[in-house]
Write a protein that binds this ligand. Structure first.
Ligand SMILES: CC(C)(COP(=O)(O)OP(=O)(O)OC[C@H]1O[C@@H](n2cnc3c(N)ncnc32)[C@H](O)[C@@H]1OP(=O)(O)O)[C@@H](O)C(=O)NCCC(=O)NCCSC(=O)c1cc(O)c2ccccc2c1O
Length: 270
């Protein structure tokens, strides 16, 4: 068992529960958090006693607020990692590829990269107090892979563009109406509901579930190439003044000033 600082990993009744445990920073993730999440998902994948996985956040304020923007404002990145690389793309792949259903138990704010994590889960159950939103364009970031294209598959183009282009949050009732979550519970009932659903999954044929999960995925797996390209672009963009302005403004609790970056590429004169 690896020593974990940012994530809790528990297995009970054939269900692995993975909890992002950084409530002081709204369960936002650093590179280390992502490494630990990958370890937890791989552990659940390899454990023959586990049939379903629940992903949630510690406390009642946040599921996950995405990347730790203060860390990025301070250092320009998401901190040290095991291999020196920020492995968020690998985490996305593991959530999709693990041959067991993943249930996101959304206990509060699911924002930015945290929102993407629940979108990638097979099922999402939300507390009535949960909030959902994308924040990249406000803090100088974007997920032009699964985080936008697969989101559009789930809720439709207009709604996905609305979430990304306005960076406003929606509540749990709206998320349910949009098909962004499967069900909404009272906050105190969220984990019991998620465990009950996991228990029902655990009573089913694991092989049938595995084939079904990968069959659902196959239809959108080409987005993985798009994701790869998008993360290449994000890596380049994240070193720009424009990206730094977004992160710095968040850390300084002020609105970002993107005015000087507005000049659009000129149409081809040739
Ligand atoms: C999440 C919120 C909507 C919550 O708002 P609320 O009003 O309830 O709470 P506060 O704003 O007062 O927050 C409490 C406390 O937590 C700190 N905090 C919140 N979010 C973060 C965060 N993401 N990083 C660090 N710290 C955070 C906040 O500063 C407060 O601390 P105090 O010390 O002041 O008490 C709201 O907080 C919010 O909108 N948060 C920011 C959301 C956000 O911008 N997330 C990052 C988007 S970018 C991203 O996720 C991302 C994902 C990737 O996969 C990438 C991959 C590769 C490169 C870059 C990536 C990337 O940038």
């Amino acid at each position: 068992m690896r020593e974990l600082t940012d994530v809790r990993y528990e297995v009970a009744d054939h269900t692995a529960t993975i909890t992002i445990d950084r409530p002081h920073a709204m369960n936002s993730f650093t590179g280390n958090t992502v490494d630990e999440l990958i370890w937890a998902f791989k552990s659940a994948w390899a454990d023959p006693s586990v049939g379903a996985v629940i992903l949630t956040g510690a406390g009642d304020r946040a599921f996950c607020a995405g990347g730790d923007v203060k860390e990025r404002a301070r250092t320009g990145g998401y901190g040290e990692t095991e291999w020196g690389t920020f492995e968020i793309e690998r985490l996305h792949r593991i959530i999709r590829d693990i041959p067991k259903p993943v249930i996101a138990a959304v206990n509060g704010a699911a924002i930015g990269g945290g929102h993407v994590l629940h979108v990638l889960a097979d099922l999402s159950i939300a507390s009535s107090t949960a909030r959902f939103g994308q924040a990249g364009p406000r803090v100088g970031s974007f997920d032009a892979g699964f985080g936008s294209a697969y989101l559009a598959r789930v809720i439709g183009e207009k709604r996905a563009r609305w979430m990304w282009f306005l960076c406003e949050q929606i509540d749990a009732a709206t998320a349910l109406g949009w098909g962004l979550v499967n069900e909404v519970t009272e906050p105190g009932e969220l984990m019991a509901t998620a465990r009950e659903r996991a228990g029902r999954i655990n009573a089913l044929s694991p092989t049938a579930l595995r084939f079904l999960k990968h069959s659902f995925n196959a239809d959108t797996d080409h987005l993985s190439g798009l994701s790869h390209l998008a993360f290449d672009g994000l890596e380049v963009f994240s070193h720009s003044e424009e990206a730094a302005e977004g992160a710095t403004a968040f850390a300084e609790k002020r609105s970002p000033d993107y005015g000087r970056f507005r000049a659009a590429p000129k149409p081809d004169q040739g």
